[in-house]
Write a protein that binds this ligand. Structure first.
Ligand SMILES: [Ca+2]
Ligand SMILES: [Ca+2]
Length: 143
């Protein structure tokens, strides 16, 4: 029986790289299959490295993500004022402040709330002046 001592099965011996998610035996060596969010190291082809979705740009993450934060195997987003994270946590969507309970989401003194992106503006009853600035509005009465 002929045994090829030179062809060590790194996958079986557990001597493959610990960052190799799924070891795949090749002729005389091994390579790896990587989990989602990782890619095969192009240099060694023997370990999985995190994809920096924030640097990859449009393909890697949603362009509606305002502040991308790379994490191992994924990434997170945070949003600018007036926006909230969508349910997939990857993009930022406008908050409809006018949907809320008056006094909670929009100003108590705002008579007719108009959603805007971002923020909201107000239309006011007769005798009041609208002051719409800094993503928020309010109605100011005559003194
Ligand atoms: Ca990542
Ligand atoms: Ca809004």
């Amino acid at each position: 029986m002929l045994i090829d001592f030179l062809d060590i099965d790194e996958c079986e011996d557990n001597t493959h790289h610990e960052d190799c998610h799924s070891c795949v035996k090749t002729e005389g060596s091994y390579t790896c299959k990587c989990r989602n969010g990782y890619e095969l190291d192009p240099i060694t082809e023997q370990k999985c490295i995190d994809i920096n979705e924030c640097e990859v740009g449009e393909e890697g993450y949603n362009s509606d993500c305002h502040n991308c934060n790379n994490t191992k195997g994924s990434h997170t987003c945070s949003c600018n004022r007036g926006y909230k994270l969508s349910s997939n946590l990857k993009s930022c969507i406008d908050v409809n402040e006018c949907d809320g309970v008056k006094g909670t989401d929009y100003n108590q003194d705002c008579h007719h709330c108009q959603n805007a992106e971002p923020g909201y503006t107000c239309e006011c009853n007769d005798g009041y002046e609208a002051e719409n600035s800094n993503l928020e509005g309010t109605c100011i009465g005559e003194c």
